[in-house]
Design a protein around this ligand. Structure first.
Ligand SMILES: [Zn+2]
Length: 198
């Protein structure tokens, strides 16, 4: 079958200008937001498609190598499958409420337990909301409620400044709050560490 290489070429060159402009605009945002990353790769899809078409059109018009069209299509498909895999994986981690991969909850617990006045730490949950936005919630037991304010401030400081949680929720308790009923509500995310209770 005859492939009209000149119209192919003109259409592809026309599209590329717009696609490059769109990719520039979205480049920064796509690192932080999964939604923008989806859009970014949608445009990248069109951009790579245009490049593939230009290369195929060149091979066809200069050397009459018609199979170039098929090879360009295959290469294009492989790149998109690779990009889609990353987006699907990150979406899945959000969907199943997995602990953000750069957060070691056991280490967070050790640091919060080390705050003067804290005798127990439990019910820790860390989540990814979208892209790099992380939230944390957890309970800290103090021996003396007069330490509550300083424990809260130090805990917030560790979570916000060191671990970069966008939102942290800390419940301060004393040892009279046994929370026996909460035992059944407890679940852990992907880490295999045993659960602790007050
Ligand atoms: Zn508790």
């Amino acid at each position: 079958m005859e492939v009209p290489s000149l119209p192919m070429f003109i259409m592809a060159v026309g599209g590329i200008g717009l696609e490059i402009a769109s990719l520039f605009i979205m480049y920064k945002g796509q690192k932080e937001s999964l939604n923008i990353r989806g859009s970014f790769w949608h445009v990248m899809n069109a951009f790579l498609g245009s490049i593939a078409v230009i290369i195929a059109a060149t091979f066809i018009s200069l050397w009459e190598i018609y199979v170039a069209d098929a090879w360009a299509g295959i290469l294009f498909a492989v790149i998109l499958v690779w990009a889609a895999y990353g987006i699907i994986r990150d979406s899945f981690m959000i969907l199943v409420d997995a602990t953000p991969k750069e957060i070691d909850l056991a280490q967070v617990e050790r640091e919060l337990l080390a705050i003067p006045g804290v005798v127990n730490a439990h019910h820790f949950h860390a989540r990814t909301v979208t892209g790099h936005i992380k939230t944390f919630s957890g309970h800290l037991v103090v021996r003396d409620f007069r330490d509550a304010e300083s424990v809260l401030r130090k805990g917030k400081q560790i979570l916000d400044e060191k671990y970069k949680f966008s939102l942290s929720t800390i419940q301060i308790e004393d040892e009279s709050l046994a929370e026996a009923d909460a035992r059944e509500l407890e679940y852990r995310e992907s880490d295999e560490r045993g659960t602790t209770f007050s």
